[in-house]
Ligand binder design. Structure first.
Ligand SMILES: *Cc1c(COP(=O)(O)O)cnc(C)c1O
Length: 224
């Protein structure tokens, strides 16, 4: 399977004006496809499954920044902690504690995003808005979790054709992001990533203030 090179370059030029980071979501795709995209200069890749990521990472170039964007179980943090660049889907205190513990063992700080529940569907993981405020207070005021760095927020909008619903959800996430930055102005420099937008809704996400999009099928083709 070849990647969609022209799709990739048009996405890149769209993102350039806004300075948005592209995470190329390569889940289920063979390493050859990742290598091809790497050859075009892509360095940020996103994966959803621990086992798949752990299989791909050692056979691909060492300067790839690996983003873990799936639902992560606490007992699997140890497999990705040594090399992961950013964990997007931190959706519970238990997971944050597990990441902190692995970071401490390795003597490093692990970058995380708090996943916020913005969709109306039951299946999406994440903190609600009140919980995000509480976790931020734990982290920024009480200085809990010394071996994690909370770099921002991540969210997924509802899977719907209705763009007004998606827009409303993105705006909720953006205002939560702004609220935390305003509440802790000294830390705004390190809390600066807003990860929202996928193949179907990334343009809207950028309009709503996203600065990191996670795009899979538009680049790699649809998944089976
Ligand atoms: C699969 C996935 C994506 C990419 O989805 P596409 O629609 O293929 O762009 C983005 N974010 C998350 C969390 C995903 O699981």
């Amino acid at each position: 399977m070849a990647i969609n090179q022209s799709g990739y370059s048009s996405i890149l030029s769209e993102l350039r004006t806004s300075g948005t980071t592209l995470v190329a979501v390569s889940k289920t795709k063979p390493v050859e496809d990742l290598q091809e995209l790497y050859g075009l200069g892509q360095r940020d890749f996103g994966e959803n499954y621990v086992q798949e990521l752990v299989g791909k990472q050692p056979v691909l170039p060492g300067d790839i920044r690996w983003h873990f964007i799936g639902h992560l179980q606490s007992n699997k943090v140890k497999y990705i902690a040594p090399f992961v660049h950013l964990i997007h889907g931190v959706d519970s205190l238990k997971l944050l504690e597990a990441i902190d513990k692995e970071g401490r063992k390795l003597g490093k700080t692990i970058n995380c995003l708090l996943q916020v529940y913005i969709a109306s569907e039951e299946t999406k993981y994440g903190f609600d808005l009140q919980e995000v405020r509480q976790v931020a207070a734990h982290y920024f005021l009480e200085k809990k979790f010394g071996n994690v760095k909370i770099c921002g927020l991540m969210g997924m909008a509802s899977f719907t054709e209705d763009q007004t619903i998606v827009e409303t959800e993105f705006k909720i996430l953006k205002s939560m992001f702004d609220e935390i930055r305003h509440t802790y102005p000294d830390l705004a420099a390190e809390f600066n990533v807003l990860s929202m937008g996928m193949s179907g809704d990334y343009k809207l996400a950028i309009q709503c203030g996203s600065n990191m999009v996670r795009i899979g099928s538009l680049i790699f083709g649809s998944r089976n």
